[in-house]
Ligand binder design. Sequence first.
Ligand SMILES: Cc1cc2nc3c(=O)[nH]c(=O)nc-3n(C[C@H](O)[C@H](O)[C@H](O)COP(=O)(O)OP(=O)(O)OC[C@H]3O[C@@H](n4cnc5c(N)ncnc54)[C@H](O)[C@@H]3O)c2cc1C
Ligand code: MET
Ligand SMILES: [Zn+2]
Length: 619
Amino acid sequence: MGFLEDLQNEILIGDGAMGTLLYSHGIDRCFEELNLSRPDQVQSIHEAYIKAGARVIQTNTYGGNFIKLSRYGLEDDIRRINSKAVKLARAAAGTDAYVLATVGGVRAFKKSSHTLEELKRSFREQLFVLLNEEIDGLLLETFYDLEELKAVLDIARKETDLPITANVSLHETGVLQDGTPLARGLRELEELGADVVGLNCRLGPYHMLESLDEVPLLDKAFLSVYPNGSLPSVDEGRLVYESDEGYFAESALAFRDQGARLIGGCCGTTPKHIKAMADAVRGLEPIREKTVKAKKAAVSVQERLEPAYPPLHEIVKERRSVIVELDPPKTLGLDKFFKGAEELKKTGIDSITLADNSLASPRISNVAVGTQLKERHDMRPLIHLTCRDRNLIGLQSHLMGLHSLGLTDVLAITGDPSKIGDFPGATSVYDLSSFDLISLIKQFNEGLSYSGKALGGKTNFTVAGAFNPNVRHLNKAAERLEKKIACGADYFISQPIYSVKQMEEVHDAVKHLSAPLYIGVMPLTSSRNAEFIHHEIPGIKLSDQIRSKMAEAGSDPVRAKAEGIAIAKEIIDAAFDLFNGIYLITPFLKYEYSVELAEYIRDKEQQRSEREFSHVQHS
Ligand SMILES: Cc1cc2nc3c(=O)[nH]c(=O)nc-3n(C[C@H](O)[C@H](O)[C@H](O)COP(=O)(O)OP(=O)(O)OC[C@H]3O[C@@H](n4cnc5c(N)ncnc54)[C@H](O)[C@@H]3O)c2cc1C
Ligand code: MET
Ligand SMILES: [Zn+2]
């Protein structure tokens, strides 16, 4: 008989964890390398599981791919590690158990961490080694990312007729990370040729049972389930799992009732758990019919509310649009800030943009300031949102908070690293990249959290991405914008530009993009300010002419301001025919600069329309 033939008629018990068991024995390094350095230890764990009643064991190859092994400098040992792993499992199994060769998922919650092509290369290499050894099937496990699992499954299915088990992992009950309901995800895996499909890791029996409630028996594929021992807790810095075997015996019976035919354990489980499950289901037939529980009343996803304002990316496609960065102060007083905001409001600008602790130094929260601008000053705030200061939990909480306050305009950025700011020792979080953050916000607009959980409503954010043209290869910077558009960016806002020539080059580099760009203009305030920007801001070079104009103004603040404004106006003149959107950056809260430039743009635009109007009348 073979693995799949046995599953036709009976419930097979799988093994339990390898990694956490080794860890509980005090081993805290690359577990797969132990196949070479401590083969006895790996084999004795396999033997302990078989003795406990496991009839299906898995090789110690979970992280045996190029991407994971190269983290330990073991990329040259991929073949040896995987091939030895199969030999150890085979030696332990004899004819008492089937040996499945394990291939573990790589992507955790960041899609952008590895491209699909990198993943495929890495898996292909590992699969090639495993399939050349004496195995009874493959076990693809711990895949949070369905796209990744489908890619591996597709490769494997084309390479072998051996049975393939494909297990996904969930952050939330019943739903995959991208929002796909579990039942649908498993069906897709079955259609791609998986012989056994199911769940492993991350959740304990309780949440796995809840998840399986909504999964019917499939046409061809059998169901598998490998729960974790429990949620982990931390004991003196070490992760520990606590659950008793009695609970696992009950759970095994409940898994059988849900239609599972291959039942094992994942992180935190031990031979004791496996024995309890094997004893519990021994002699029991698998169920052959299952009534799927009526779906819990779907969370009523309200239709997306209309945003309070027309989206900036639509406005700027139609007409001239000015947005002004006026940063929340670094100290407590806000009088000058709101005075500046009121003055800017009179110029008719479309929005005030609020930095998120720019240059990695703390400023008054832009959400607090933005809410006051909106509520008390009837102005439209655009909130910068960095990945530096908040982890994946904080970012999602922040987004829900912004939504509840009606702050729907956001600029999603990576954020300057902490080491350049006032607190260089502070952690730069970077759980997400700017690309991931843009995708996350768009996922919120679809009513789903990062883990695919329903948010009970849809947000209506519009998302800007940052554009830094002050780099060596402008075409590479433009490629990043294309990638940001693919993630969902609606428009872009650029760093300041200081030369007409650069303005034209930028226009050439972005004119093919579907998303509009607000071009950055920041007036110089003094010769020292100009010299600082020229010498110390990476990528920005001012022309000799600009620097000498600022130098000639000397230390007279009135003359320096006049020069700074005059230079900015020249840049604005050059921008006028190339970009509808202008982003004025206020230097050091000196709002009078931005007010004067915003008035200049408004008047220039007005004169232009009057000219066009009279031209139409006379023609
Ligand atoms: C309009 C605007 C507003 C900003 N507001 C803030 C703010 O409020 N708070 C704050 O902390 N920072 C702010 N910044 C700075 C910004 O976070 C950093 O400049 C950032 O690292 C680059 O923008 P990004 O976040 O889109 O980075 P990404 O495009 O995600 O780039 C990430 C990393 O790749 C590098 N990179 C980008 N393009 C290239 C390229 N072509 N070649 C090589 N390397 C490249 C970047 O230097 C960066 O380290 C702002 C920038 C802009 C343009
Ligand atoms: C991280 S999920 C578990 C991987 C593998 N099956 C192990 O037990 O070590
Ligand atoms: Zn696990």
